[in-house]
Design a protein around this ligand. Structure first.
Ligand code: NAD
Length: 349
């Protein structure tokens, strides 16, 4: 891969690299766009097949954060960081402190936890820079973002049910939840509390069983969940679930879930639109966790964060209405709204 070519394709932006042999740090910070405010996005520490794959991941993810923040109405741009997971980590705290110094030097990127990093790591970062969120509640942090992501997804499902099915509430709504991990579990709790009928599927039997025990959910096989009849399919597992093997067989009027990058390709969003299925764009409906850490960046007040997460329903309704008015698929409408906001921000700035 040609790095500058890839930056061009993703519409960049700045890319920062740091190597600190004393602690085994090899890290990348990608700052995609800061038109609307400082870049915000999590730090991944996973093993990559190549260094270029890590750069590509950071570029792709940071761009996604620009879109998510803009659509959520946040005063933040998109950034993401990647630490190439070392073979051995003799001193994890020192590693993250070195990473924190990198963030401090960059100065326009705020980090948070992501795959392979956790609250303790963010606490270590916090000892050297204030450009960090996802620290523990005792230190002014907002804790686990998953319940907020789940709340936003519930609000998105409510908006879809109202728009598509004319329902004022979701009591008795039949929802298929694919993946009952951090977000899926809390989503089940949210939906069960307002009387939805749940069917869950997870490759991990113990997680599916927990949802069945706690929320009365029925359990489906993971390979059948995309073909079951219901009112809503909520993908909450991995990305690319909406693809050639699933979209033609869906028997739901609504797809609305937490997973990132649900569409294997953009054309699958068009296919959903053509089939008359209302798709809540992933980065619109799953922004609750990001909204929550954005509140942390400015001094955390949970009630204010919750109130903003609740308004995800308004974003989803706006997208659905504009999609119907213009005959454009919802994922394209969401992108158009982001472009309009960034253009307006550039003019104002
Ligand atoms: P998680 O790893 O805790 O949960 C994912 C669950 O999906 C696991 O229980 C796993 O066993 C299950 N799973 C994996 N493959 C599956 C398959 N083929 N069929 C059924 N189940 C399968 O992750 P999470 O934090 O709950 O995130 C879920 C999704 O939501 C991810 O795509 C993530 O990127 C996205 N997301 C999460 C947050 C957040 O706040 N955690 C915010 C925004 C987006």
């Amino acid at each position: 891969m040609d790095i500058f070519r890839s930056m061009e394709l993703h519409g960049y932006g700045d890319l920062y690299l740091r190597r600190d042999d004393s602690v085994g740090l090899r890290a990348i910070i990608a700052v995609h766009d800061t038109t609307l405010g400082p870049a915000l996005g999590g730090c991944r520490m996973i093993a990559y097949p190549t260094e270029i794959a890590a750069v590509e991941d950071a570029l792709r993810l940071a761009r996604g954060m620009t879109y998510k923040a803009a659509l959520a109405g946040l005063s933040h741009g998109g950034g993401k960081s990647v630490i190439l997971r070392p073979q051995a980590i003799p001193n994890r705290k020192a590693l993250f402190q070195a990473f924190g110094r990198f963030i401090e030097d960059v100065g326009r990127y705020i980090t948070a936890e992501d795959s392979g990093t956790g609250i303790e790591d963010m606490e270590a970062v916090r000892t050297v820079t204030k450009h960090v969120t996802g620290v523990s509640p005792e230190n002014g942090g907002s804790g686990d973002p998953s319940p907020f992501t789940a709340l936003g997804v519930r609000r998105g499902i409510e908006a879809c049910a109202k728009y598509k099915l004319g329902r004022g509430d979701i009591e008795g709504l039949r929802v298929l939840v694919q993946g009952v991990g951090h977000v899926g579990y809390h989503l089940c709790r949210e939906l069960a509390s307002v009387g939805a009928h749940l069917t869950v599927a997870d490759v991990d039997d113990t997680k599916a069983k927990r949802a069945a025990d706690e929320f009365g959910a029925a359990i489906a096989q993971t390979d059948e969940v995309f073909g079951l009849e219901a009112d809503v399919l909520a993908p909450c597992a991995l990305g690319s679930g909406l693809n050639d093997a699933t979209v033609p067989w869906l028997r739901v009027p609504i797809v609305a879930g937490a997973a990132n990058n649900q569409l294997a390709e953009q054309r699958h969003g068009d296919l959903l639109h053509d089939r008359g299925i209302l798709y809540a764009p992933d980065y619109a409906i799953n922004a609750g966790g990001l909204i929550n850490v954005a509140h942390e960046a400015k001094g955390y007040v949970e009630a204010e964060s919750r109130a903003q997460v609740m308004r995800i329903s308004e974003t989803i309704t706006e997208i659905a209405e504009r999609s119907a008015r213009t005959g454009t698929a919802t994922h394209r409408v969401a992108d158009a709204i982001v472009h309009e906001r960034l253009t307006a921000g550039r003019r104002a700035g």
